[in-house]
Design a protein around this ligand. Structure first.
Ligand SMILES: *[C@@H]1O[C@H](CO)[C@@H](O)[C@H](O)[C@H]1NC(C)=O
Ligand SMILES: *[C@@H]1O[C@H](CO)[C@@H](O)[C@H](O)[C@H]1NC(C)=O
Length: 187
């Protein structure tokens, strides 16, 4: 048997072809090798419960500007959220996930929130998958659109946009229920 056909040589050659040199920094990869078949477009619909009042708020203020008269709009204010996402608008509706992250008042002259959050799903096949949203939420507009910039699990390579529409806002407590429609390309 020639040296080139020895099982050991073939094994080494195969591992180089399959995994490349372990010292390499980057390589081309086929979609097939990653198990990526057809890109899908999915629509998700749920309600986001932003509870700022009571004993168990899901949105809490974590910072505000030291100079309080900088702006009448609350410029500089930041909140951390872990808001339930439900199928329907009612508080006791079935939970499908949570919105975890932050929003910050990033606009001096009007209410324009910088939203940095992950939708973390807990329902069915989406359990454990997440979608990341980074965008501007002009709260006073009827429909606010924000980019969906990525995802994990079933939403790997995810990209798209979300639309938020206030369903109810309690002016006394500040609690809000917001309807979300998500349109996302993923594999
Ligand atoms: C805040 O208000 C005080 C008193 O009216 C004023 O002197 C100051 O310039 C204001 N600061 C800012 C940043 O607007
Ligand atoms: C979601 O996944 C977690 C962790 O794997 C598991 O404990 C939980 O029961 C799952 N929930 C549903 C609704 O499948």
């Amino acid at each position: 048997m020639s040296k080139l056909c020895s099982p050991l040589f073939l094994l080494v050659l195969l591992s180089i072809l399959t995994y490349g040199n372990c010292n390499e920094f980057s390589r081309k990869l086929s979609k097939k090798a990653m198990g990526l078949k057809r890109e899908k477009l999915s629509h998700l619909h749920f309600f986001f419960h932003d509870i700022v009042s009571g004993k168990n708020p899901t949105a809490v203020k974590i910072a505000e500007a030291a100079v309080t008269n900088r702006s009448a709009t609350g410029f500089g204010l930041m909140a951390m959220i872990d808001d339930p996402l439900t199928v329907g608008p009612e508080a006791n509706s079935k939970i499908v996930g949570r919105a975890q992250g932050m929003y910050a008042q990033a606009s001096i002259n009007d209410i324009g929130l910088l939203m940095v959050l992950n939708f973390v799903f807990v329902e069915g096949k989406y359990n454990g998958s997440s979608l990341s949203v980074l965008g501007r939420n002009s709260v006073m507009s009827i429909v606010r659109e924000m980019p969906n910039v990525g995802g994990s699990g079933l939403f790997r390579f995810g990209r798209g946009y979300v639309q938020a529409k206030t369903h109810t806002l309690d002016f006394k407590t500040g609690d809000a229920v917001v309807e979300y429609n998500v349109y996302v390309f993923h594999y």
